[in-house]
Design a protein around this ligand. Structure first.
Ligand code: COA
Length: 213
């Protein structure tokens, strides 16, 4: 899908009014998806015009990101463009999506769904945040809002988060939200010249519903 944009198909994209996420302000007009977190922060689909600012944020945070995310190590502007096209194509194909985290008017990070498995109604989530925006609970709130959406509008049953066992800040996100740690995948990912073990966390729809009360 990288390099080409699929035509928008409204009926398969996240729907307005679907699930509890709509209370936070999801709007959908074909290729538009916006989720308000608070006055300072929102999530939205990447636009093709985001390539340069997104690439700049990645470059400015490269060392921090590359410790845990192999793609960040030497991503070029062309690869950032291809990622945006691929991400928009996945949204159009109802195959999950990636969203920009916009903080105080500028792209400050990313969050999204990977490994969408409709047959088993499950998906996994990943995220990153530029250092100046960290420590404010933004990713925890963004993850919570997308869980509302995944269990509400999409009617998924299971969301998984994998984090490097040594990545304390990343592990803190699912732990803060009440995910259950299921185990550790040994040497699950090659990052630079080292193997990273992944802690696997999951949240089920009924557990999230109980927590939201
Ligand atoms: C993982 C990562 C996104 C976490 O960022 P973060 O800022 O710690 O996460 P949040 O935005 O949820 O903020 C949580 C922090 O804000 C604080 N906070 C403030 N207000 C808060 C609120 N309302 N709710 C929750 N936390 C709040 C928390 O106490 C916590 O700070 P602490 O770690 O000092 O206790 C970031 O470290 C990162 O991008 N790392 C590199 C990429 C990466 O590893 N990605 C994950 C790959 S699996």
């Amino acid at each position: 899908m990288a390099g080409s944009l699929a035509a928008p198909r409204r009926s398969r994209a996240p729907r307005p009014g679907g699930g509890s996420a709509s209370r936070r302000g999801i709007g959908d007009t074909g290729f538009v998806f916006t989720l308000l977190l608070d006055d300072d922060c929102h999530l939205r689909l990447y636009e093709r015009s985001d390539a340069e600012p997104l690439h700049e944020v990645i470059a400015a945070n490269r060392e921090m990101l590359a410790e845990w995310m192999p793609w960040a190590c030497e991503q070029t502007l062309e690869q950032t463009r291809a990622f945006i096209d691929s991400s928009r194509g996945r949204f159009a194909d109802d195959d999950g999506f990636d969203a920009a985290i916009v903080h105080r008017g500028a792209i400050a990070g990313g969050i999204g769904f990977a490994r969408m498995d409709r047959a088993n109604r499950s998906a996994s989530m990943g995220y990153w945040l530029a250092r100046p925006s960290q420590g404010r609970g933004i990713v925890t709130r963004a993850t919570s809002a997308l869980l509302d959406h995944a269990f509400g509008a999409w009617e998924l049953n299971r969301i998984e988060i994998r984090a490097g066992t040594g990545n304390a800040r990343s592990r803190a996100v699912p732990e803060r939200l009440g995910f259950t740690q299921e185990g550790v995948l040994r040497e699950s990912e090659r990052v630079g010249d080292r193997w990273v073990d992944h802690a696997v966390y999951s949240m089920l729809a009924r557990e999230w519903s109980q927590r939201r009360g």
